[in-house]
Design a protein around this ligand. Structure first.
Ligand SMILES: C[S@@+](CC[C@H](N)C(=O)[O-])C[C@H]1O[C@@H](n2cnc3c(N)ncnc32)[C@H](O)[C@@H]1O
Length: 229
């Protein structure tokens, strides 16, 4: 089964990912967006994740693999809807941190079923651990080399006859620049908002995210992050 990426989905900038010298953290493609990811997207995306994947996850007999777990939307749903081990693969520290906080707040019997792999899937070295895999809002963010490395790693992590559920990247480049507002959210005295501007840049889609926080007196801060699909 495959579903198309919504233009509101957040994708990382492959151009921003670099190989760090030994002992140093790689640059984190989600350093800005991680703070706003759940505030601005969780409600809409949580319902979508349940609608798209819940039935297959509920049928898992061996394990569920969440490829690019992010802050844990699919991971949490998989824990609730299945009785099998769940493998959350998430290389970016900024996204993995909220995932770990979420898992830490779970009862021990749920927590014991989930393993977090702090790597890309091809580095995680998983063999036949699952019969259901979900790539939600992950494939579009990968550069061609990473994507090529992903398929054999998925095949290795699954057993024959497994279900692989992939959210596909947009099918074509946008004809013109498009702007989407993310639904504004209030937390205490502050209002959080965001906007995504997508445009074609040669054979890639450039998605520029603009986030802001407003208080009673007006704008408190704003941030930008650019991603490429
Ligand atoms: C746009 S986020 C989506 C997160 C989550 N699936 C969601 O929809 O909320 C894509 C995630 O994939 C992760 N990722 C990137 N390359 C990966 C790889 N090769 N293997 C596993 N995860 C990867 C990123 O770190 C990022 O957190």
């Amino acid at each position: 089964m495959a579903v198309s990426a919504s233009p509101l989905d957040i994708h990382p900038s492959l151009a921003m990912v670099s190989v760090a010298p030994p002992g140093r953290e790689e640059q984190d493609a989600y350093a800005i967006s991680a703070e706003f990811y759940d505030v601005l997207q969780a409600e809409r995306d949580g319902a979508r994740v349940r609608r798209l994947y819940r039935r297959d996850v509920g049928n898992a007999r061996l394990g569920v693999l969440d490829v690019g777990a992010g802050t844990g939307r699919v991971t949490l749903m998989s824990l609730m809807e299945s009785r099998v081990p769940v493998h959350a693969v998430e290389p970016a520290r900024s996204m993995r941190s909220p995932l770990m906080t979420r898992l830490a707040s779970l009862p021990a019997d749920l927590r014991t079923r989930v393993t977090v792999h702090p790597h890309t899937l091809d580095e995680a070295d998983l063999h036949e651990v699952a019969d259901v895999a979900v790539c939600h809002n992950t494939i579009a963010c990968l550069d061609p080399a990473s994507r090529r490395a992903l398929w054999p790693a998925i095949a290795e992590a699954l057993v024959p006859g497994s279900a692989l559920l992939i959210q596909l990247p947009p099918a074509r480049l946008p004809h013109h620049e498009t702007t989407h507002d993310l639904p504004t959210q209030r937390i205490g005295r502050h209002e959080y908002g965001g906007r995504m501007v997508a445009s074609a840049d040669a054979n890639r889609i450039r998605t520029r995210f603009h986030y802001w926080v407003r208080g009673e007196g007006g704008l408190l801060r704003e941030h930008h992050e650019t991603f490429w699909m």
